[in-house]
Design a protein around this ligand. Structure first.
Ligand code: NI
Length: 162
């Protein structure tokens, strides 16, 4: 396993849409392992492949219940909604409130290419929704109003991260 470089805002790759994974090869499985290692090393609860410059629809999440990897994840149902503050490894030092579904049902492929369905709620549901946003090129600062976004971007660009 190897840890990967997490790209930071305003890297334009973060705003691009990731492509579906057609075939899960050893390369994709190695990517999942490396993404998990990178997530743990950086004390994150989730990571999308886009954040390590790979525009494939792969995310990993662990909110304390063990690692989950989701390939081509899709949300099949959203139940309820709640607002809570979120951070992002690609936007260090920034926390913004984001409204998300409280509970979701999702579909994805697992690393063996098997179609998997699951339910998630609370922090796990929030993390999955946050990471799927990355696959669409959507970041947490896209949820704040334009004035607040302007000041957040200014704050980020004043303290560039390696
Ligand atoms: Ni993020």
């Amino acid at each position: 396993m190897a840890s990967l470089k997490i790209i930071k805002f305003p890297d334009p790759v973060l705003q691009r849409r990731a492509s579906s994974v057609e075939v899960i090869r050893p390369e994709e499985r190695a990517l999942v392992d490396n993404m998990l290692e990178t997530m743990y090393l950086n004390q994150g609860v989730g990571l999308a492949a886009s954040q390590v410059s790979v525009l494939k629809r792969i995310i990993v999440v662990d909110v304390g219940g063990g690692p989950i990897d989701l390939i081509n994840p899709a949300i099949a149902a959203r139940i309820g909604s709640e607002k809570a503050k979120e951070g992002c490894l690609s936007l260090p030092g920034i926390m913004v409130p984001v409204r998300r579904a409280k509970k979701i049902r999702y579909k994805c492929l697992n690393r063996d290419g098997k179609l998997t369905e699951g339910e998630a709620e609370g922090l796990l549901a929030r993390a999955i929704q946050h990471e799927i946003d990355h696959l669409e090129g959507r970041l947490i600062i896209d949820y704040v109003n334009p004035v607040k976004r302007f000041f957040l971007k200014k704050k980020i660009l004043k303290n560039p991260q390696p």
